[in-house]
Write a protein that binds this ligand. Structure first.
Ligand code: DGL
Length: 260
């Protein structure tokens, strides 16, 4: 038993889509959310730089007393997960995996789309995942250009957001995909817009965050790190940016909990 917090990290607000799933599944666990904010977006940065940023973030969460870290950022996972697991062993570190496996299993049309950042789609993790699960399936990777900025600036529910999303997924739809994988933790905040854009086309949108929360639960058990069942959790938000941004994280977290 261990009542220390779980650290959850992203380049910005996106990882809150994972944070809310972990909070829902594990209501006795205290959570510290680190949204970098200062260096967001990560998606177009060089890999070496992302590794450095992720290293600083994990070090900060450990300094805050975390017993486990969730890298709730596909881009940071793709760039740095092996490095982080080696450097911070034996602490368990959970990363994001593009949900290519369930999408390939469930597709009827044989075509799936994957939306993610540039760096995630170029990475080895994506290549390996497609090679492992994508046999016989056409995988259409598309960068969600401008998506992260829409979320960071709270512009998800605007006509501009709808236009950006529509143009990004046009290729996926024209190729006949019936599954669209959200390979960036910011993107589930655009789910209402995405659902409007694909409405009536028989397309399922796949968000991996509930599966990541289940993996966190599994590892807590394996490592004997669960909080005591009646532990009263605390939720903290930290950032490398300023207090205004920290407050924004907290507000977004409150808003996304009342939605689900
Ligand atoms: N939320 C992130 C991801 O899952 C990073 C987005 C960004 O900073 O570009 O990839």
């Amino acid at each position: 038993m261990n009542n220390a917090p779980i650290g959850i990290y992203d380049s910005g607000l996106g990882g809150l889509t994972v944070w809310r799933e972990v909070k829902k599944l594990l209501p006795s666990e205290s959570l510290i959310y680190l949204g970098d904010g200062k260096n967001c977006p990560y998606g177009t940065r060089p890999v070496e730089e992302i590794v450095m940023l992720a290293d600083a973030a994990v070090a900060r969460l450990i300094a805050e007393g975390c017993k486990m870290v969730v890298v709730a950022c596909n881009t940071a996972t793709a760039a740095a997960i092996d490095f982080l697991r080696t450097k911070y062993a034996p602490m368990p570190i959970v990363g994001m995996e593009p949900a290519v496996k369930p999408a390939c299993r469930d597709t009827r049309s044989g075509v799936i789309g994957v939306l993610a950042t540039e760096r995630s789609l170029e990475g080895d993790l994506f290549r390996r995942t497609v090679a492992k699960y994508g046999e016989g399936v056409e995988v259409v990777p598309v960068v969600g250009k401008g998506f992260v900025e829409l979320v960071e600036q709270n512009r998800e529910e605007t006509s501009e957001a709808e236009a950006i999303v529509k143009s990004a997924i046009a290729e996926i739809l024209s190729k006949g995909a019936d599954q669209i994988v959200l390979g960036c933790t910011h993107y589930p905040f655009l789910l209402p817009v995405l659902e409007r854009v694909v409405s009536g086309r028989g397309v399922t949108i796949v968000d991996p965050s509930p599966a990541v929360a289940r993996r966190v639960a599994q590892l807590l058990n394996e490592y004997n790190l669960c909080a005591i069942p009646d532990h009263r959790p605390s939720y903290r938000f930290v950032t490398f940016a300023d207090e205004t941004y920290r407050q924004q994280l907290e507000n977004k977290a409150t808003a996304c909990c009342s939605e689900s």
